[in-house]
Design a protein around this ligand. Structure first.
Ligand code: G6P
Length: 471
């Protein structure tokens, strides 16, 4: 079959699992990318190429919600070297301000190249003549050039969901030039913020001999003819209407009341929702909250913090270490400031379906997004979309992509614990008028700039990319 729109991403929008008797079933998989692209893909009836989420799993292509899904098999070694290794222990920390030190292993790089080549080959097979292929995220940065080599007739777009590091940090990567050449196989390279696009252009200027003019890079083709690659910002969003609608359903509203009642009807519910990742500033947030309790500026049971920390990349050591640290901190604060029936931190190491998330957002008075570095942070936007009563305050780290857009939030530097404490205290006491006016401003933005607009804007720009005529 040949598809006019092919998405290539590390993960399929579903996780496939195998029961003891060998039968396969699938569930919606976690992660921001899935929720961002699912609506676009079911509308276009496109093909989606991605990994099933389990090692060594061989599965035939299948249809789900109008999308043709093509599972790519990764061996257990490839999961360790390409996914946990190069993607999540080299590129991820390198792209997030080296919060955790990136690890460089040549074996991991070899696996990254090999797996990228497999994804490119699958895309080359599924795409119709002249089709559009949209490659996603840091796990697949070599795919654009590999695919162009196999299929010069395609229009190729690439979107980078995470930050693109500053030149001085990117410079550490032993394979920096190969990664740039991989990305430059695309016609359009999209980033979350203009700052990320700027970082990319600067690294291209520094580590290649190519000519750049504003957002356009000129790349010579194998036959000597030139191609132009555009690099610009397309800040991603969410399916805002879906969260808005969910938060208006009687079931979700009843569940939100139930959550508050189960928490003991505190005066103030603080909420954090993150993958358990060292980029999210979970420790900083909990430390600030603990100090506010210690100083008596907040107290239990009048205040409760609900921290959802969904399990993530659990085989990577830095994540195991973070879990230990967060759990020690939560235990210490609960031990010190809790009483029977009055728990300061409700810590949940789980992930939840969107209905439960909407109920949690609705139940919260203050949402805490304190990332140390974050490409966008879709949780901040989901919270805003779910605040259908214009009630709720968003405390938002200035180191998120979302901070560029969401004026109306209380911006914080999460490293500045005193500043963070003041912002949390202010949020818990904000008067109703200020809260409503801030939230209305936030909602106007999030409801207007939804994920459909994002994908349409990326795809439209990609469609107008100048084509190199094929001989
Ligand atoms: C971030 C990345 C995605 C990734 C998601 C979940 O949002 O940008 O590419 O899918 O995290 O991480 P995981 O490693 O579980 O896919």
């Amino acid at each position: 079959m040949a598809y006019e729109l092919v998405v290539v991403a590390n993960r399929l929008p579903v996780d496939i699992s195998v029961a003891a008797d060998g039968t396969q079933s699938w569930q919606r998989s976690p992660g921001g990318l899935v929720s961002a692209l699912e609506p676009v893909m079911s509308e276009a009836h496109g093909a989606w190429i991605g990994w099933s989420g389990s090692p060594d799993l061989e599965a035939e292509p299948f249809e789900a919600d109008g999308v043709h899904l093509v599972p790519v098999t990764l061996s257990a070694d490839e999961v360790a070297d390409y996914y946990e290794g190069f993607a999540n222990d080299t590129l991820w920390p390198l792209s997030h301000d080296v919060i955790s030190p990136p690890v460089y292993h040549r074996r991991w790089w070899d696996a990254y190249r090999r797996v990228n080549r497999r994804f490119a080959a699958e895309a080359a097979q599924e795409a119709a003549q002249g089709a559009t292929v949209w490659v996603h995220d840091y796990q697949l940065q070599l795919v654009p050039a590999m695919l162009r080599e196999l299929r010069p007739d395609l229009r190729i777009g690439y979107f980078h969901h995470i930050p693109f590091p500053p030149l001085e940090i990117f410079a550490q990567l032993p394979w920096r030039r190969q990664v740039l050449e991989g990305l430059l196989g695309a016609d359009l390279v999209g980033f979350q913020r203009t700052g990320d696009a700027g970082n990319f252009i600067r690294t291209v200027r520094r580590f290649t001999d190519l000519t750049t003019r504003g957002a356009v890079i000129t790349v010579p083709g194998p036959d000597g003819r030139e191609r132009q690659v555009r690099a610009s910002a397309f800040p991603i969003s969410i399916d805002s209407a879906r969260f808005d609608a969910l938060a208006r359903t009687p079931e979700v509203r009843a569940r939100a009341r139930e959550i508050r009642a189960d928490l003991g009807d505190p005066g103030v519910v603080l909420l954090g929702v993150d993958r358990l990742d060292y980029t999210k500033g979970i420790r900083h947030r909990i430390k600030a909250y603990g100090e506010l309790l210690e100083e008596g500026r907040l107290s239990v049971p009048d205040t409760a913090l609900v921290q959802v920390a969904s399990p993530s990349r659990q085989n990577v050591e830095a994540y195991q270490q973070l879990r230990e640290e967060v759990e020690v901190l939560v235990g210490r604060i609960n031990g010190e400031f809790g009483r029977i029936g009055a728990t300061p931190i409700h810590y949940l190491h789980h992930s939840y379906p969107p209905e439960e998330m909407a109920a949690l957002y609705l139940a919260a008075d203050v949402m805490l997004v304190t990332s140390l570095r974050d490409g966008m942070n879709l949780v901040a936007k989901e919270f805003v979309a779910a605040c259908v009563d214009d009630r709720g305050v968003l405390v938002l780290s200035e180191f998120t992509g979302a901070a560029d857009e969401l004026s109306g939030s209380l911006l914080v530097n999460p490293h500045d614990i005193d500043g963070l404490k003041d912002a949390i205290a202010h949020a818990t006491r904000m008067d109703g008028r200020e809260m409503r006016s801030r939230m209305r401003k936030l909602r106007r933005r999030v409801l207007a700039d939804d994920v459909r607009k994002w994908s349409q804007s990326f795809l439209r720009t990609l469609e107008t990319a100048p084509r190199v005529p094929l001989r």
